[in-house]
Write a protein that binds this ligand. Structure first.
Ligand code: PLP
Length: 397
C-alpha cells in the first residue's frame, strides 16, 4: 500500500504528461503527420555545438576520479566561481563562488530552497497562472500554496492583490519571468513595485519574506526585451536557474541557486541548502554536466527558431480571431479558450488532433497553453485544425 499522501498524485498524475502519452496514442492511430502536439515544453532546438564538444573535452581532459567521484554537496568550487564571475559580468552583481549551489535543474533547486525555508504551515505565494509543479514542491515540505488571481489581460502580477494576501506566515513569493505559461516578461516597474511591497510587509510583520526567482527561461526573450536581475531590486532574493531551456539540456538535469550575501540569515540559508541538496538524495548536481556548463557560459541555443515559430503561430491565431497576448519570452502562447471550461475546450481541440494544455493546470481556468517549441512544419500543418476548432464554435458544432 502506497502512502496516502501519494494517492492524489497517482490519481491526478500531471495533465501535461498525460497529454504527451495521448499524443503518442493519436500518432499511432492517425499517423504522426496528422497529430499536432503542443503540450510539452521540451526544447526543439538542439543544444549548441559547444555543449557536445565540451562534454567530450571534459571526459578526455579531466581526471576520472574528479569527473566520477563524490564532491562538495554544493558543487565544484571552480564551476561555482566561474558562474559567479559570469553573472557579475552580465548583471553587475558581486557574487562569488560561495553564493552558488549547483542543483539538479530548476526543479531540484526549487525543492532545495523550499526544504531550506519552509516550516509546516508556512505560506508561499505565486501569481496565477503559474507552473503547476509549484503546488507539489510546496506540499513536499507541508507549506501552503497561495495563488494571487491573474491580472487579465496583461498577465503582469497583480500587486494590489499581493499586498492584501501577504500574511505573517508568508515565507516566500515565487516569480517566474519570462513566464511559463504566458510568455510574459515582468517589467522593471513591476519588479520595483513588487520589491517595495515586500520590503514594507517585512517591516510590518517583522518577518523575512524571500523572493524566489525561478528563471529557466531568462535567455529566451524576443525583440531585444530586457529581463531585470531580481537580486538588484530586492535584497532578500534567491535565484533558481536552469540550463534545461537555455542550452536545451532538460535531460541533463543541471542548474544552480544563487543565494546572495544580502539574503536574510545568509550563512544558515546557505548551509541548510547545501545540506538539503544532500538529504533530499541528490547529494550533488551531476558532475560531468557541472564541468560542461562551466565551459559553455557564453553559449546559447538558437532562439531565432522559437521567435519564427512565435510569429508564425501568433499571426495565424490572430487571423482566426483567438485572443492571446503576444509572448515576449519563453516558448509558450497563452490563449483564451472559446468556452468557459478550459478542459472541455482542450477536449474539443483534441477532436482535431490538437493537443493543448488546459489553463487549470496553471491555476488559471478559461485559457489553454500552447508550447511552440516544436517543428515549424508541424505548426503549418496544424493551421487547418485550428481553423476547424474556431469554426466549430462559430457554428455551434
Ligand atoms: N520552473 C518552470 C517555470 C518551468 O517551466 C520548468 C520546466 O518546464 C521548471 C521550473 C523545471 O525545470 P528543470 O527542467 O530545470 O527542472
Amino acid at each position: 500500500m502506497i502512502a496516502h499522501k501519494m494517492l492524489k498524485y497517482v490519481e491526478g498524475s500531471s495533465v501535461t504528461r498525460a497529454m504527451f502519452e495521448e499524443g503518442k496514442r493519436l500518432a499511432g492511430l492517425y499517423g504522426a503527420e496528422n497529430v499536432f502536439d503542443f503540450s510539452l515544453g521540451n526544447p526543439s532546438v538542439e543544444p549548441p555545438a559547444e555543449v557536445k564538444e565540451n562534454i567530450i573535452k571534459v571526459l578526455k581532459e579531466e581526471a576520472p576520479n574528479k569527473i566520477h567521484g563524490y564532491m562538495n554537496n554544493a558543487g565544484f568550487e571552480e564551476v561555482r566561481e566561474a558562474i559567479a564571475l559570469s553573472l557579475n559580468q552580465n548583471f553587475g552583481t558581486r557574487f562569488s563562488g560561495k553564493n552558488i549551489i549547483m542543483t539538479v535543474g530548476a526543479a531540484g533547486g526549487l525543492n532545495v530552497i523550499l526544504k531550506t525555508l519552509l516550516d509546516p504551515g508556512d505560506e508561499v505565494i505565486a501569481f496565477a497562472p503559474y507552473f503547476g509543479e509549484y503546488n507539489n514542491y510546496v506540499a513536499n515540505y507541508d507549506g501552503v500554496m497561495v495563488a494571487v488571481p491573474p491580472s487579465i489581460p496583461d498577465f503582469q502580477p497583480d500587486l494590489n492583490r499581493l499586498g492584501q494576501m501577504v500574511t505573517a506566515r508568508t515565507k516566500a513569493v515565487i516569480v517566474n519571468t519570462p513566464n511559463n505559461p504566458t510568455g510574459v516578461v515582468y517589467s522593471e516597474e513591476t519588479i520595483q513595485r513588487l520589491a517595495a511591497i515586500l520590503e514594507e510587509k517585512q517591516k510590518e510583520y517583522g518577518t523575512a519574506i524571500y523572493l524566489i526567482a525561478d528563471e529557466p527561461y531568462r535567455e529566451l526573450v524576443y525583440d531585444g526585451i530586457q529581463v531585470p536581475y531580481l537580486t538588484k531590486y530586492y535584497a532578500n532574493t534567491i535565484v533558481g536557474y536552469s540550463y534545461s531551456k537555455s542550452l536545451s539540456l532538460p535531460g541533463e538535469r543541471i542548474g544552480y541557486l544563487v543565494i546572495p550575501d544580502e539574503a536574510d540569515d545568509f550563512e544558515n540559508v546557505l548551509n541548510a541548502a547545501t545540506i538539503a541538496t544532500r538529504i533530499l538524495g541528490f547529494v550533488n548536481a551531476p558532475s560531468l554536466q557541472q564541468l560542461t556548463v562551466a565551459k559553455c557560459l557564453g553559449a546559447a541555443t538558437d532562439i531565432s527558431v522559437y521567435d519564427a515559430n512565435r510569429k508564425l503561430l501568433y499571426g495565424k491565431l490572430q487571423e482566426l480571431g483567438f485572443e492571446c497576448a503576444k509572448p515576449q519570452g519563453a516558448f509558450y502562447m497563452w490563449v483564451k479558450a472559446l468556452e468557459e471550461d478550459d478542459s472541455a475546450f482542450a477536449a474539443k481541440a483534441k477532436e482535431f488532433n490538437l493537443l493543448l494544455v488546459p489553463g487549470s493546470s496553471f491555476a488559471c481556468p478559461g485559457y489553454v497553453r500552447i508550447a511552440y517549441c516544436v517543428d515549424p512544419a508541424m505548426i503549418r500543418r496544424s493551421f487547418g485544425a485550428f481553423e476547424k476548432l474556431a469554426e466549430s464554435y462559430q457554428s455551434g458544432k
